[in-house]
Design a protein around this ligand. Structure first.
Ligand code: SAH
Ligand code: SF4
Ligand code: F3S
Length: 462
């Protein structure tokens, strides 16, 4: 499939606006603060915006209260995300009292819901700039208008093109994200993403490889390839398993990860690419959402429980030590006790190394919002607790098999709850705690597992 790209002249226009703002700032180094909600997609977009701001001469503020520009990059995947955002944007009013020149901007998925964006604009007159997920490339042009005294509200309903060639300021660390595609075509009946991120479109493989090369050259040794459904990546016939193999050959890349995989599209070719590519980590995030075939059908997931279990078998047969993580929703419209039992039994059967559980949240405009048989909030809550108990049991049980096992961890930081210990992840994404000091951060160490701590593992250096 051939994707559409943001016109080169638009990107040139963005760079020109960056230069004009830089001139306007005249060497002053105002500070920016970006608050990001939601998934890694949004994190990645925030890094692009930070990249543009730094090119203008902005510097990162340590605290929101010190900033001259505050940007909220919002999420709307579930209802509480929305409430939190409105609350936090409201707080800016106080900061603005001390800094009348403060620029406040709000962008991201939530702003792509027109009525919500309008409500936000009407409720918070101090918000200077609102823009949607498709306006990332023209952020400098929009900011320039704000600096000229305009209040800007820019949300287009286009299905989105791919912006290439924008600057990026990656968050510090050794692990980073690279987007391989945008949008989603799956329309799972509960999900808002296809409505706020537009149609699925894949970046060119050479652009992805080049971006990973730049990240590796900057010192990142672990890269996660991002997409709502990486298995449907399609650059004019070049599919995800081949992309994974190409990216894995980037020099300096120790670990390669990807997310998210949709069970309906996970192919045996991908399993084999994982098996045959040493630096692709033995981990897959494979959201199952429900263990009941009836609910899966209503969710429009287009696979069955049996198909999911077949995939798990294929993965475990071919990728030694592979760990599987998942997402699960309880309280989907019409869900019965029996459906919930099917989900609980699936969790026990698979033995996930982590599972993110959610109570179904009604999203206006989606198919599930119009379904009969919505489940009362207290029932959802009770089911979520039951699910979490089974997940805990299953995760802790899965830890036993690690005793005495050796592996390599990338040290990320120090945990000071109780006795301070350094921590880092195995390729399988399992967290391991070891004794050591801060000089170890960013390096890889061989460890042997000796015990557990919280839901994680404890090891000794070897
Ligand atoms: N593209 C990914 C998921 C992105 S959203 C995929 O298909 O797996 C991340 C998770 O949020 C989903 O897996 C789902 O479990 C949860 N989620 C999405 N919409 C939701 C809703 N309306 N209510 C509750 N959870 C939801
Ligand atoms: Fe949402 Fe489904 Fe697309 Fe994932 S695959 S983003 S759950 S519609
Ligand atoms: Fe991600 Fe939330 Fe948007 S989960 S794609 S930031 S709605």
């Amino acid at each position: 499939m051939k994707a559409n790209f943001v016109d080169g002249s638009v990107i040139e226009g963005s760079y020109a606006a960056i230069e004009r703002i830089k001139k306007m700032l005249g060497g002053a180094a105002p500070r920016y603060y970006i608050e990001t909600y939601g998934c890694q997609m949004n994190e990645h977009d925030s890094e692009t915006i930070a990249g543009m701001l730094e090119r203008m001469g902005y510097e990162k503020a340590a605290e929101k209260s010190e900033a001259d520009l505050i940007l909220f990059n919002t999420c709307c995947i579930r209802e509480h995300a929305e409430k939190r955002t409105f609350g936090n944007v409201g707080f800016v009013k106080e900061i603005k009292q001390n800094n009348p020149g403060l620029i406040t901007a709000v962008c991201g998925c939530m702003m792509q819901q027109r009525e919500v964006a309008q409500r936000l604009r009407d409720r918070f007159p101090f918000v200077d700039l609102v823009f949607g997920t498709n306006e990332l490339a023209v952020f400098p042009q929009l900011l320039e208008r704000v600096m000229g005294g305009e209040r800007v509200f820019e949300i287009k309903n286009i299905d989105g093109e791919i912006p290439e060639g924008l600057p990026i300021r990656r968050n510090e660390g050794f692990s980073t994200f690279v987007n391989i595609m945008y949008g989603c075509n799956n329309f799972c009946s509960y999900c808002i993403v296809p409505y706020v991120r537009g149609r699925e479109r894949s970046r060119r493989a050479e652009d992805v490889v080049a971006e990973v090369e730049r990240a590796a050259a900057e010192g990142f040794t672990e890269v996660t390839l991002l997409g709502q459904n990486v298995n449907s990546y399609d650059d004019e016939g070049l599919r995800f398993p081949e992309l994974l193999r190409r990216v894995s050959r980037v020099e300096g890349l120790k670990r390669l990860r990807f997310m998210t995989s949709h069970p309906k599209d996970l192919s045996h070719e991908l399993v084999m690419a994982m098996a045959e590519t040493p630096n692709v980590c033995e981990h897959i995030h494979l959201p199952v959402q429900s263990g009941s075939n009836r609910i899966l059908k209503l969710m429009n997931r287009r696979y069955t429980r049996e198909h999911y279990l077949d995939l798990i078998r294929d993965l475990r047969e071919n990728v030694p030590g592979v760990e599987i993580t998942t997402d699960i929703i309880v309280g989907f419209p019409t869900e019965t006790e029996e459906d919930l039992e099917d989900t609980l039994s699936l969790v026990r059967e698979v033995g996930f190394s982590a599972a993110y559980s959610f109570a179904y949240s009604v999203r206006q405009g989606t198919a599930a919002a119009r379904m009969e048989g919505q489940i009362p909030e207290e029932v959802k809550k009770e089911r979520l607790q039951r699910l979490n108990a089974v997940i805990m049991e299953s995760v802790n049980g899965a830890n036993d098999k690690y005793m005495g096992v050796e592996g390599e961890i990338l040290i990320e930081g120090c945990d000071r709850r109780g006795e301070p210990m350094m921590f880092g992840k195995l390729p399988s994404l399992k967290m391991v705690y070891v004794n050591g000091d801060e000089s170890m951060i960013g390096n890889y160490y061989k460890v042997r597992i000796t015990g557990t701590r919280f839901n994680s593992l404890v090891g000794e250096l070897i």
